[in-house]
Design a protein around this ligand. Structure first.
Ligand SMILES: [Zn+2]
Length: 190
């Protein structure tokens, strides 16, 4: 097959060269609200096309590679003196796989336990290409089905305005959880 990124012949959907050079994970930090930060690994322009693979049948292979290069490394270096859980923002399956469940899976480590299918958007509205006003008017209305009083890392593929993450944070806090920070593959403002 051909590499999705450089189109050279490759055994993997993203060739080894692109994985080592182009997709070397960086580390970006953005404050979404006072003292609450989102961390991300790629600038949006670098991975825009790859993120869109979540709508394709081969998207699971792309997300496995991206998550291995970023989330997995993060988890390995994450030191915290308490156990925390990682929860994806809406990890329901749309196209035979859930791209956010893949991301969460790679955070599994001594300190971090991935938890699946606990945070559901009851309002499935597409935000892509919509402005802030539209996003504010059409909230996701999350429902949290998990345990109370957990320490949580929130996970999503992309942060744009940060509204979705903050909405999810709020519902978790209503359930006595403490959200430490959020983690996304990419930040649209980078
Ligand atoms: Zn390539």
């Amino acid at each position: 097959m051909r590499c999705l990124s450089c189109e050279n012949l490759s055994f993997s959907i993203i060739c080894k060269d692109c994985q080592t050079n182009l997709l070397k994970a960086n580390f970006y930090k953005r404050e979404l609200e006072k003292d609450f930060y989102n961390y991300s690994f790629y600038s949006y322009d670098e991975v825009k096309e790859l993120l869109n693979s979540k709508y394709q049948f081969y998207g699971d292979r792309v997300f496995n590679i991206l998550a291995k290069l970023s989330f997995k490394k993060f988890a390995k270096n994450f030191n915290y003196d308490e156990q925390v859980v990682a929860i994806a923002i809406d990890d329901h399956t749309r196209h035979q796989f859930s791209h956010n469940a893949i991301l969460v899976k790679y955070l599994k480590s001594d300190n971090i336990t991935p938890i699946y299918s606990t945070l559901k958007a009851t309002n499935i509205v597409k935000y892509a290409g919509k402005d802030l006003l539209f996003r504010q008017k059409h909230k996701r209305h999350f429902k949290y089905l998990g345990l109370k009083n957990l320490k949580v890392i929130l996970v999503d593929d992309l942060v744009t305005t940060g509204n979705t993450i903050l909405e999810a944070k709020q519902i978790l806090e209503k359930n006595g959880c403490e959200v430490l920070f959020s983690l996304t593959l990419s930040d649209a403002k980078n």
